[in-house]
Design a protein around this ligand. Structure first.
Ligand code: ZN
Ligand code: ZN
Length: 469
C-alpha cells in the first residue's frame, strides 16, 4: 500500500503561519490533497500540544487519528469540502492519519563558528513528547516563544536529550541546504553531517531536501549515499501542503511509526520491508534560495557566474547570499553526469519519474507544480483567488484529491471535468515542459507553463539583470 506523507509544516503558533493551520482545517486539506499521513508540526509548543491532545487520538502504533466527535462535528459544519470529500473517500481511501512532529532551531557556536541548524523531531507518543518537552524546559529552553523555538542547544545536545527519553525518536535535519538555517547551509551550516552530529551521525538516517534542492542534487553528496531522502512542504498554510511529499510503501495493515522508521532507514530499498516509493518535488529553481544573489539589489546569478566573478554583489558591493545550487557544487563528490539520470514511467502512473542509472536503489522522484498554480496561470489570476479555489475544489472532489488529479488521472478525463487548457497545463507539467525563473536570496522562483506568454515585465527584469553582468 502507498501512503502520501507530508512530514514538515507549522501550526498557527509559529511565526508567519496562517491562523487556519489548526487540526480540523489541516484534516480537511488532507482530504483535498490526498495526503494519508500529515505531520502535526510544533509539538514543542505548550498551547499546540494541548490542541493536539484535544483533537487527536493515539492509535497505539505511534500514529494518531482525528477524534470521532471532532470529525462528526466537522462533517456537520462544512458542507462543501469535508462532507463531499468524505463521501468520495469512503470508497476505499483510508482516513488521513497524523504523526507527532516538531522542528527546533538550534543556534550555538561550534568549532569556532556560529551555527544555525533546523532539526525535525518525530515522536511515537504524547508521553514521549511530554517528557522531551519537560527535559528541554529543565535546560532553560523557552518553548512557548514560538512553534519552532530557538534553542541554545547544539545539534548533538538535541540528540542526547531526545534519545535519553526514547531511542525511537527520529531526528532529521530540516531543509538541509537552505543558506541561513540548515545542516549544509552556506552561511551557518557545516561541510559534513559528521562534523555536525559527531558520534550521533550514524543515527541520522535521513535528510529533508527542502524546496530549493531536488534528490539528484543530494545524490551527488557521498556522505548521503547511505541515507534516505525525504521531501516535505514546510507549509505555513493549508493550500501549500503537499507541494513536496514522500510516498511510503508498506505492506497492508502494517502502517505505523515503526514502519515509517524502517522505511527511513531502508536506504537500499529492500522491498521486503517498508521503503520510500518515490518523492514528489517542487522544481528546485522555484525555491527561494536556488541561485546566488542579493535581494535588495535585484541581483540573481547562477553559481557558474559567481564562481568566476566572486560572491560580492556587483551593484552594492556587499556579500551575496550563496544559494543551494552553489553550495551543492562546493560539497559534491561527483557530477550530475556521473548519476546518469534518466526518465522512466513510474508504476501505473501516466507519467515518468527520474531515476539514476548509477544508483538504481535510490527512490525515484516526480517533478510537480501544485494544482492551484496551474489553474491560476490558466485563469491569469493569483493562486489564492476565489476563482482558482472554486475550480480546485470541484476538481479535487471529482477525482478524490489533488494527488489523483496531478498524477493519476488521464488528461482527457480532466479536460471533460474542467477545461482543455487546465488539462493541457497538467500534461505540460507532467512532461516537464515549463519554464522557470530561479529563486534567490529569499525570493521565490516563478514557474511559467506557457513561457511564450511570459509577461512583458518579467522579460524586462531579465534584460536589466543581463545588462548588469
Ligand atoms: Zn525550518
Ligand atoms: Zn547588492
Amino acid at each position: 500500500m502507498q501512503i502520501i506523507a507530508d512530514l514538515q509544516l507549522h501550526s498557527k503558533y509559529s511565526r508567519a503561519v496562517s491562523q487556519n493551520m489548526i487540526i480540523p482545517k489541516m484534516y480537511e486539506w488532507n482530504l483535498k490533497k490526498g495526503i494519508g499521513l500529515l505531520a502535526t508540526g510544533d509539538w514543542t509548543h505548550p498551547m499546540w500540544i494541548r490542541e493536539l491532545k484535544a483533537h487527536l487520538e493515539e492509535l497505539g502504533n505511534g500514529l494518531l487519528k482525528l477524534k470521532k466527535e471532532i470529525k462528526e462535528q466537522l462533517i456537520k459544519t462544512s458542507e462543501n469540502s469535508v462532507g463531499t470529500l468524505k463521501q468520495v473517500h469512503s470508497d476505499g481511501v483510508r482516513d488521513p492519519l497524523f504523526l507527532l512532529s516538531g522542528e527546533v532551531s538550534c543556534i550555538y557556536s561550534h568549532n569556532g563558528k556560529v551555527r544555525r541548524n533546523h532539526i525535525l523531531l518525530f515522536a511515537p507518543s504524547f508521553a514521549v513528547v511530554d517528557k522531551i518537552n519537560a527535559e528541554l524546559t529543565k535546560r532553560g529552553c523557552n518553548l512557548s516563544s514560538d512553534g519552532r523555538p530557538i534553542l541554545g542547544l547544539s545539534s548533538q545536545q538535541i540528540c542526547e536529550v531526545v534519545w535519553s527519553v526514547s531511542e525511537e525518536v527520529l531526528v532529521i535535519p530540516a531543509h538541509c541546504w537552505t543558506p541561513w538555517f540548515s545542516l549544509f547551509g552556506s552561511m551557518s551550516g557545516y561541510d559534513s553531517l559528521t562534523e555536525c552530529f559527531g558520534e550521533y551521525a550514524n543515527r541520522i538516517y535521513t535528510v529533508e531536501t527542502g524546496l530549493s534542492s531536488d534528490p539528484a542534487m543530494n545524490w551527488r553528496i557521498k556522505e548521503l549515499d547511505q541515507r534516505t531522502i525525504i521531501s516535505c512542504s514546510d507549509s505555513h498554510s493549508g493550500p501549500k501542503l503537499m507541494r513536496e511529499a514522500t510516498i511510503f510503501a508498506t505492506p497492508e495493515n502494517e502502517f505505523s511509526f515503526a514502519s515509517i522508521s524502517t522505511a527511513l532507514k531502508n536506504y537500499e530499498r529492500d522491498k521486503t520491508k517498508p521503503y520510500i516509493g518515490a518523492t514528489l518535488e517542487f522544481y528546485p529553481e522555484e525555491g527561494k534560495y536556488h541561485f546566488d544573489g542579493h535581494r535588495n539589489c535585484n541581483v540573481r546569478l547562477p553559481p557558474l557566474e559567481t564562481k568566476l566573478k566572486g560572491t560580492i554583489c556587483p551593484v552594492c558591493g556587499k556579500p551575496m547570499t550563496i544559494g543551494v545550487l552553489h553550495r551543492v557544487e562546493d560539497l559534491a563528490g561527483r557530477s550530475e553526469a556521473d548519476l546518469k539520470l534518466y526518465k522512466k514511467k513510474l508504476g501505473d502512473f501516466p507519467l515518468s519519474a527520474i531515476y539514476s542509472q548509477t544508483f538504481p536503489r535510490r527512490a525515484p522522484y516526480i517533478m510537480m507544480v501544485p494544482l492551484q498554480e496551474i489553474i491560476a496561470e490558466v485563469f491569469e489570476v493569483q493562486s489564492f483567488s476565489k476563482k482558482v479555489q472554486e475550480q480546485y475544489d470541484s476538481l479535487v472532489a471529482v477525482f478524490s484529491g489533488e494527488f489523483n488529479v496531478l498524477f493519476k488521472t488521464e488528461t482527457a478525463e480532466i479536460a471533460r471535468r474542467s477545461s482543455e487548457r487546465i488539462a493541457e497545463g497538467i500534461a505540460r507539467v507532467r512532461r516537464g515542459d515549463i519554464s522557470i525563473n530561479p529563486g534567490y536570496d529569499g525570493v521565490f522562483g516563478t514557474v511559467k507553463i506557457w513561457p511564450d506568454e511570459i509577461d512583458v515585465k518579467q522579460a524586462e527584469d531579465q534584460k536589466e539583470q543581463l545588462s548588469l553582468l
